[in-house]
Design a protein around this ligand. Structure first.
Ligand code: MN
Length: 202
């Protein structure tokens, strides 16, 4: 199949002042589009072309097809990223997700501190993820294009910490970018939906 760039689930200026329209236009319209176009070019006429993005990620890793893995994983990761951010992500988590956050991190503040620490200690390009691991919540980092799908855990929220995600707005201040995300741009409704569907399937 030919993959298409998914639309942003909000206007490109909707996350301001957390992220500018210029950042979203570039990140979505250039970077994410670039990964998708490159992937389509790489899989054309190969056994990969009938697989889903997730299947391509797993298969390409097994086969050592690095370029296909990188572009498929980045296509998948960015689709998940747009959903993880929101101009109005709802209230801080209550219900099952809120309980699981308290169990894993003490409280919401503890979660935010742990998430920020993982974001700041990811050396170079990568991602920070809130994942479900053996029924509980955990925060993990992945480098470059790597994705938790590869590591047997299920993501419910992510933040891109590649410089291209924040440099136009924050220069080298990754911490300021993460703080702004955590203060009022997390899509908690998305995270709660993911968490509850993972628990229901377990
Ligand atoms: Mn990115």
């Amino acid at each position: 199949m030919t993959f298409e760039l998914p639309e942003l689930p909000y206007r490109a200026d909707a996350l301001e002042p957390f992220l500018s329209k210029q950042t979203l236009d570039t990140h979505h319209g250039k970077h994410h589009r670039g990964y998708i176009n490159k992937l389509n070019e790489l899989i054309d006429g190969t056994d990969y072309q009938d697989l889903s993005l997730q299947e391509i990620v797993v298969r390409a890793k097994e086969n050592g097809d690095t370029a296909i893995f990188n572009n498929a994983a980045q296509s998948l990761n960015h689709g998940f990223l747009w959903e993880s951010m929101s101009p109005d992500g709802g209230s801080p988590p209550a219900g099952p997700l809120g309980d699981a956050i308290d169990a894993a991190f003490g409280n919401l503040k503890g979660f935010k501190e742990a998430f920020k620490a993982k974001a700041l200690t990811q050396f170079g390009s990568g991602w920070v993820w809130l994942v479900v691991d053996s029924g509980g919540l955990k925060i993990v980092q992945t480098g470059n294009a790597d994705t938790p799908v590869q590591h047997g855990v299920q993501p419910i929220l992510t933040l891109d910490v590649w410089e291209h995600a924040y440099y136009l707005d924050y220069k080298n201040d990754r911490g300021g970018y993460v703080d702004s995300f955590l203060s009022d741009r997390v899509n908690w409704a998305f995270a709660a939906r993911n968490f509850e569907s993972i628990k229901a399937a377990a």
